[in-house]
Design a protein. Structure first.
Length: 246
């Protein structure tokens, strides 16, 4: 049984102010967690920090499991050395993409904490290695492309999808879930479709796997992606899907 750890417990101190312990930062995280209603966290996940297990570690934040009203949620906690003062911008972008059915559902946003849905599933990189059902693979790829198209239409560039192995989860229903919007921007030219296509269809390991389920000509697809970069039109997007046969 996984132990529930009170947020004031000594074991959580280094996680709430990582990598450098700063009393002021720690107290702000505690205050934000209490305001959200989180009283306990869990040491569980694939990343170990100071003998505490978390779901993930990035340049801006640490993601760990918490408990809110009896349900598990994901908590993104601002690092003490982050290149920004708060998580508000990321939280607002996450709320916006949620309205298009993208990303983990936002529960609450505070300066040092984003509380959101905990998605149970595998990272896309792992899922691609083990999934053998043709219809599931085709559906998942098409849905991921559709989400990237929606992001392009919204004018939000994720920024990390050219290497999506840790930025897309596939949930237990086979639905791709784009996560981690800390690098997302409304100011950059949107390249979500181009980035995810490069990752899926032109990185050798992924392309070799996907050719068992999809069919495309590299040169034709590259030309379509060039056109998409220039025009970003729904017609070219449909041509990309047609070239892939989905």
């Amino acid at each position: 049984m996984v132990e529930l750890i009170p947020i004031e417990d000594e074991r959580a101190r280094k996680i709430f102010s990582y990598p450098h312990f700063l009393e002021g930062h720690y107290e702000k995280v505690l205050s934000d967690l209490k305001e959200i209603g989180v009283k306990e966290v869990l040491s569980q996940g694939g990343v170990d920090i100071a003998n505490f297990k978390v779901l993930g570690k990035g340049c801006v934040g640490i993601v760990l499991l918490g408990l809110l009203e009896g349900s598990r949620i994901a908590l993104k906690v601002l690092r003490s050395d982050a290149d920004r003062k708060s998580l508000y911008k990321e939280g607002e972008i996450l709320k916006e993409v949620n309205r298009a059915g993208i990303g983990p559902k936002t529960i609450a946003v505070r300066g040092t904490v984003i509380a959101m849905e905990h998605i149970s599933g595998d990272f896309l990189s792992k899922w691609l290695k083990v999934q053998k059902e043709r219809d599931k693979v085709r559906m998942t790829v098409k849905e991921l492309l559709e989400q990237c198209w929606k992001l392009d239409e919204m004018g939000i560039d994720h920024g990390e999808l050219s290497d999506a192995k840790k930025h897309v989860l596939v949930d237990e229903q086979g639905m791709p879930r784009i996560i981690d919007f800390e690098s997302a921007s409304r100011e950059r030219i949107c390249r979500n479709i181009v980035s995810i296509a490069g990752y899926l269809f032109f990185k050798k390991a992924n392309a070799d796997y996907l050719r068992a389920y999809l069919s495309w000509d590299d040169n034709k697809l590259k030309e379509l992606l060039k056109q998409y970069k220039r025009f970003r039109s729904p017609e070219v997007y449909k041509d990309i899907l047609a070239e892939l046969g989905i």
